[in-house]
Design a protein around this ligand. Structure first.
Ligand code: ZN
Length: 222
């Protein structure tokens, strides 16, 4: 598998770079040959009428310098991915959840890395810049839907962080359960991992974070 390079342009307005979804599994190895039973299968939803979201899905992110080789040339394939992402989003989120989401760039890659952590193979990034989030997804990655949900959970959290901090953060931090090893990396990653798993339908675990996420997610929606 080729390694691709995504060079993120430096910007004066970057407040936070969140989410570096790695390809590394819990054992620390690359999982390019490993099947993940939980999230491999795409989510299946009905074609709901489109809601009034602000985001747009594009081939080339507007905030970074995307290498030419990462831009989709097969427009039909790109359109199919964009249609699927739209369907997932319309079935899972309400516009209020993704208030700050400006764009989703789908790149023609299985993975990409940023310049600072060349050892990690990344599948998704969510950047929060001047009050808006910009998501980038490797369009051919494994667990495509899961990566999308993970990145969008970062966007939800950034946009509604005050509510989370005020009402949910204390209980969240008092819970010592983690959905994955990657979730232990930070509160942001824990939230995104937990939220993505919840939205993917994994709600059976006796994990208080699922309940907290559900309450928070529903509170924003209304
Ligand atoms: Zn993340």
């Amino acid at each position: 598998m080729k390694n691709f390079l995504l060079v993120l342009a430096s910007t004066f307005f970057v407040i936070t770079i969140v989410c570096l979804c790695t390809m590394c599994d819990d054992s620390g190895g690359c999982h390019k040959h490993k099947k993940h039973s939980h999230y491999d299968k795409p989510l299946e939803f009905s074609e709901n009428p489109s809601q009034d979201f602000e985001y747009r899905i594009i081939k080339k992110g507007s905030i970074g310098k995307t290498d030419k080789c990462l831009v989709f040339k097969d427009t039909a394939e790109f359109n199919e991915l964009a249609r699927h992402y739209d369907m997932v989003i319309n079935n899972v989120f309400a516009p209020a959840h993704l208030d700050g989401l400006k764009e989703i760039a789908i790149l023609d890659a299985e993975t990409f890395v940023d310049g600072e952590e060349e050892d990690e193979r990344l599948r998704g990034i969510c950047e929060w810049i001047s009050g808006k989030s910009y998501v980038c997804i490797a369009g051919h990655c494994d667990e495509n839907d899961y990566v999308l949900l993970h990145e969008l959970c970062h966007s939800v959290m950034r946009r509604h962080e005050r509510l989370f901090n005020r009402k949910y953060k204390k209980d969240w931090k008092s819970c010592d359960e983690y959905i994955s090893k990657y979730a232990k990396k930070s509160l942001d990653e824990d939230f995104a991992e937990t939220g993505a798993a919840y939205l993917y339908g994994k709600r059976d675990k006796d994990n208080i974070k699922f309940k907290l996420f559900e309450r928070y997610f529903n509170e924003i929606k209304n």
